[in-house]
Design a protein around this ligand. Structure first.
Ligand code: ISL
Length: 627
C-alpha cells in the first residue's frame, strides 16, 4: 500500500528516508534555503502544493516520479543502530590511480601497470593503505576503459596479465590492498555478449541488454545520455535500438535477466580468486530501470542530470540486486565494496550501506562537488564555506553512524583547488586545509593522484587539446547554438581532462611522466613529487604528516565528530575517543578573521601557517590535541 500521496504533509515525507533525501535534493538543486525545514508553515504544506510551486513544472510525470520514489521504500531504517564494527577499510587511506596518466614505463606516452608497480614505494611512504585502479581491462577506450570489451583481460596499452600479477604481489608485499574498478552497468558494444545480441536476435544475449523497437529516427523513449544526445544506439538500418546511458559504445546491461547477473558474478569471482581485495562499483545505483522504460520528466532531468534519471538512479530492484550480488560473491571472499552513486543522499545511502542490510560497505556521494543550485559545466567560484554546511548535514545524518567516503578530486571532475581558488593565490594553504579536513573528518579518505602534490586545473587553450568523450560531445552539441569560444568556455569549466593530465614526477620534460609523446597535454608548473619530497614545508610533506597522524589515532578513525557553533567562515570540530581528543579549526575563507573566543586549549600538532596568531589567516587550519 502506498504511504504517501499528494495530500501527505511535507513533515511526514521528510521523516521517511527517501523523502528526506528527495526534499534535501530539491532544496540543494534549486538553491533554496535550508531554513525552510524549520518553518512550520512549510512543513505543514501538502506535497501536492509543494510540487505545484516548484516553478510550475510539476506536471503529472513529476508527481508520479516523486511519489514512486517516496513509496519505493516502506522500511523505515532511519533508526538503525550505528555501525561500530572495526574494519580495515575504515582505517585505511585509499588512493585512486588513473593508470593512463600515472606513470609510463614503455615510452608510448600512456601510463601503464609497470609504472604503478614502480611507484609503490612512493605510495607506501605517503601512507597509502589501499589502491583503487581505474579500469585496466581490455577496451576500445572510447571512455578511457569504462567501456569494457573483455573483463578477464588486461588492455595491451596498460600491459599484460603478468604485469598485473606482479603489481598485486607488490601491493600485498608492502601490506597494502588493491581494489579494482568494476563497470557492470554497461559493457562495450564490442563485448562478445553485445556482438552476439546484435548478430543474432534469437540469441540469449539479446536479453542481456535493453533492446527496443522504434521506427524511423525517433528513439524508443525520451531519455538523454550523460554524454549528450539521446540515450539510444540505433542498430544498423533496422528498427532496433539499444539503451546506452553513457557513450554510444557503452551498452546498458539488463539486470532483470538472472543469467546475465550470474555471468557478471562469475567475472567478479574470477578477480577475487586472483586475490584482489574489493571493488569500486561504477555507477552501481543505475543498474535497475523502471519496467517498460517510460519517458522521463523534463524538470527532473534539468534539475538532476539527464532526462529519464528518475527511472534508474534509485531503481525498483536496486536493493535486491545489490543484496544478491553481495551474498553470491562479495561475502564469501570478505571483499570490500564502495559504490559510485550519483544522486544518492545520506538517508538512501544508509539503506544501501547499513551493515544489517548487507548491500555495500561504502558509497560515494557527490553533493559537495558543486555549490547548491550550480552545475558542473558552470563557470563560478566555489565558496569553501559550503563545506561546513555539507559536512554538518552529512555527519548529522550519516557520518557519525556509518562510514563516509571523504574525497574532493577524482577522474570525473576539475580539481577542487581550482574551483575554490581559480587564480592559485592560496594554492599551498588551501591544499593543506582540504587535506586536513579530509584526514580529520569522520570517514575514509580517498586521495586522487596528484592531490597530494597540489595539482590544479590545466590551461587547455582549445578543444583540440581535449581528449574526453564527454567534453567533445558536449562541445559539438553546444556549437550548434553558440560560438566556438563560448562553447569552449563552458566545456573548460567542467572538463574531466583537468584531472586526467599526467602526474608531475619531476622537473624534467613532460614532468618525468614519459620519455615519449604524452597522450594528453602535460602540466609542468614545479609542483612535482621529486622537489616536494625534500621540502619539509611542501604539500606532500604535509599530507604525509596527516596520514601518520590519522593512522595512529583511534579518535580520528573511530571517534565521534562534533561540529561546533562558530561564525560562518569558521569550521571547527572535535574528534574524541577514550580520553584522546582533537580540536580542528579551519578558516574556509580567503579573508582573515578573529579566532573563536571559546576554544579548547592544547598542543598544536599541525598547521599550514608557521605559528598561531590572534587572527585566523586566509584558509588557515590548526589541528590541536586537547590536553
Ligand atoms: O562525470 C560525469 C558527467 O559530468 C558524471 O556524470 C559521471 O559520468 C558519473 O559520475 C559516472 O561516472 C562513472 O561512469 C562513467 C565514466 O565515464 C566515469 O569515468 C565513471 O567514473 C561511465 O562508465
Amino acid at each position: 500500500m502506498n504511504r504517501f500521496t499528494l495530500t501527505s504533509k511535507i513533515r511526514d515525507v521528510y521523516n521517511s528516508p527517501v523523502g528526506r533525501d528527495v526534499i534535501d535534493k530539491l532544496i540543494l538543486q534549486l538553491g533554496l534555503s535550508e531554513k525552510l525545514l524549520k518553518n512550520p508553515l512549510a512543513m505543514n504544506m501538502k506535497l501536492g502544493t509543494l510540487s505545484a510551486r516548484v516553478g510550475g513544472n510539476a506536471d503529472e510525470g513529476f508527481n508520479d516520479a516523486i511519489l514512486g520514489l517516496l513509496n519505493s521504500e516502506q522500511n523505515d531504517c532511519l533508526k538503525e543502530p550505528p555501525d561500530t564494527e572495526r574494519k580495515w577499510w575504515k582505517e585505511s587511506l585509499f588512493y585512486q590511480i588513473y593508470p593512463r596518466s600515472f606513470y609510463d614505463t614503455d615510452g608510448d606516452g600512456i601510463g601503464d601497470i609497470p609504472g604503478i608497480t614502480a611507484k609503490l614505494d612512493y605510495l607506501k611512504e605517503l601512507g597509502v593503505d589501499a589502491l583503487w585502479l581505474s579500469p585496466i581491462y581490455d577496451s576500445p577506450q572510447d571512455d578511457n576503459g569504462y567501456d569494457i570489451r573483455d573483463y578477464r583481460a588486461i588492455d595491451p596499452v596498460f600491459g599484460t596479465m603478468e604485469d598485473f600479477d606482479n603489481l598485486l604481489a607488490g601491493v600485498h608485499e608492502r601490506g597494502m590492498r588493491l581494489i579494482m574498478d568494476l563497470v557492470i552497468n554497461h559493457t562495450s558494444d564490442e563485448h562478445e555478449w553485445f556482438k552476439q545480441a546484435v548478430s543474432d536476435p534469437e540469441s540469449k544475449y539479446r536479453d542481456y541488454y535493453h533492446f527496443r523497437k522504434s521506427e524511423g529516427e525517433e528513439p524508443p523513449n525520451n531519455w538523454k545520455s550523460f554524454f549528450s544526445g539521446q540515450a539510444w544506439k540505433k542498430i544498423g538500418d533496422s528498427d532496433d535500438w539499444a539503451l546506452c546511458l553513457f557513450s554510444k559504445k557503452q551498452m546498458d546491461l539488463n539486470w532483470d535477466n538472472p543469467e546475465m547477473r550470474r555471468d557478471v558474478y562469475e567475472i567478479i569471482r574470477w578477480w577475487l580468486e586472483k586475490g584482489v581485495d574489493g571493488f569500486r562499483l561504477d555507477v552501481i545505483n543505475l543498474i535497475s530501470k523502471t519496467d517498460g522504460l517510460p519517458n522521463g520528466n523534463d524538470f527532473i532531468g534539468k534539475m538532476m542530470g539527464p532526462r529519464g534519471i528518475e527511472h534508474y538512479f534509485y531503481g525498483p530492484k536496486l536493493h535486491d540486486y545489490l543484496q544478491e550480488m553481495r551474498s553470491e560473491v562479495f561475502e564469501p571472499f570478505d571483499a570490500f565494496t564502495v559504490g559510485e552513486m550519483p544522486g544518492i543522499g545520506p538517508e538512501t545511502g544508509k539503506l544501501l550501506t547499513s551493515p544489517t542490510r548487507r548491500e555495500l560497505d561504502m558509497f560515494f556521494s557527490f553533493d559537495h562537488l558543486e555549490l547548491p543550485g550550480k552545475a558542473k559545466f558552470e563557470d563560478y567560484i566555489y565558496d569553501a564555506a559550503f563545506l561546513k554546511t555539507y559536512y554538518t548535514r552529512w555527519m548529522r545524518n550519516y557520518g557519525n553512524a556509518y562510514q563516509s567516503s571523504l574525497f574532493y578530486d577524482n577522474h570525473d571532475n576539475p580539481r577542487m583547488l581550482s574551483k575554490i581558488d581559480p587564480d592559485g593565490k592560496y594554492r599551498d594553504k588551501l591544499a593543506m586545509l582540504l587535506g586536513a579536513i579530509q584526514f580529520t573528518m569522520r570517514g575514509t579518505p580517498f586521495l586522487y593522484q596528484g592531490q597530494e602534490l597540489g595539482a590544479v586545473n590545466t590551461a587547455f587553450s582549445n578543444i583540440d587539446e581535449m581528449r574526453d568523450i564527454e567534453s567533445l560531445n558536449l562541445y559539438n552539441e553546444l556549437i550548434e547554438k553558440m560560438s566556438e569560444a563560448e562553447a569552449f568556455k563552458i566545456v573548460l569549466s567542467g572538463a574531466r581532462d583537468h584531472a586526467r593530465v599526467p602526474v608531475q614526477w619531476d622537473g624534467s620534460k613532460h614532468s618525468g611522466f614519459t620519455t615519449g609523446e604524452p597522450w594528453i597535454k602535460t602540466l609542468s608548473d614545479g609542483y612535482d613529487a621529486e622537489s616536494q619530497a625534500v621540502d619539509e614545508n611542501s604539500i606532500l610533506s604535509f599530507y604525509k604528516q596527516l596520514a601518520q597522524l590519522r593512522k595512529n589515532s583511534e579518535a580520528l578513525i573511530y571517534g565521534e565528530v562534533e561540529i561546533l557553533r562558530t561564525k560562518e567562515q569558521i569550521f571547527a570540530y572535535t574528534r574524541k575517543s577514550k580520553g584522546e581528543e582533537y580540536y580542528i579549526e579551519c578558516n574556509l575563507s580567503p579573508n582573515a578573521c578573529s579566532r573563536p573566543s571559546k576554544r579548547p586549549s592544547g598542543k598544536l600538532l599541525l598547521s599550514n601557517y608557521p605559528e598561531q596568531s590572534k587572527t585566523m589567516r586566509e584558509f588557515e587550519v590548526c589541528i590541536i590535541e586537547i590536553e
